[in-house]
Ligand binder design. Structure first.
Ligand SMILES: [Fe+2]
Length: 239
């Protein structure tokens, strides 16, 4: 499988606390049949001030360590970018990593705050699309506005945004409402990806198998597999 969203890199955000934990996360991913992981540290201006150069350097260091330890996991640079006008100058300067290409457009993993969808988010999405950047909206099921009323996603669906459900949402780790919303989103056919959003070994490990089984019960095995194989492979342009 291919995991398009995880926080393995150490000391860069609220993910792995050190290289040992990062390596353990990578081992767990491999045990869980994950062969490729896009490493997506937070870019959240004021809290996690990461950028393309910092992330690329951290990924290179991690690659060396994986090779040294003989862990067969392919890793790629990415970021989970918190929506904010602050990201606009960074994007203009090419300081934000994309997580691949989707139909000729650069794919940006875009995170809303958990509390709400900020006013003007649709305008920012339009600005991105004009720049040939397609947002992949991370875990919409965890957003409280979405939990209250799914119709708030309509403008983003109409603009052509892609959506990523978090595996553990389907397993009930974030409460019943996240299960309900994840299943509804799958039934609507708007989800292109299931990802782990793994942060640590204990509470948020990189596991996808069980979540894909739950998704298969909703949309069938072939469609569920597309969310962790075919669609992420398109993003990375691998077979
Ligand atoms: Fe994340």
């Amino acid at each position: 499988m291919i995991d398009i969203h995880c926080h393995f890199l150490p000391n860069i955000d609220d993910g792995a606390s050190d290289m040992d934990e990062a390596i353990e996360l990578a081992k767990l991913a491999v045990e869980n049949n994950i062969k490729h992981s896009i490493l997506t540290p937070h870019i959240n201006i004021g809290r996690f001030n990461n950028n393309l150069a910092v992330i690329n350097e951290a990924v290179q260091g991690f690659k060396v360590e994986l090779e040294k330890q003989g862990i067969p996991l392919n890793v790629y640079s990415g970021a989970e970018v918190r929506i904010s006008p602050d990201i606009m100058p960074m994007i203009e300067k090419g300081n934000v990593p994309f997580i691949g290409k989707w139909k000729g457009m650069d794919a940006l993993l875009l995170e809303m705050p958990h509390s709400n969808i900020p006013i003007g988010s649709d305008k920012l999405v339009k600005w991105l699309i004009k720049k040939n950047i397609i947002p992949i909206i991370a875990h919409p099921e965890r957003n409280r506005d979405v939990q209250k009323d799914m119709s708030v996603l309509k403008p983003f669906i109409q603009l052509g945004c892609l959506f990523q459900v978090t595996g553990s949402s389907l397993l009930g780790h974030f409460g019943d409402i996240c299960v309900t919303r994840s299943i509804e989103l799958l039934e609507m056919g708007v989800i292109q990806f299931i990802a782990s959003d793994a942060h640590n070994i204990k509470r948020r490990p990189p596991m996808l198998t069980e979540a894909v089984a739950v998704a298969a019960n909703v949309i069938g095995e072939a469609e569920a597999n597309k969310l962790v194989y075919d669609n992420p492979a398109l993003l990375l342009d691998i077979n």
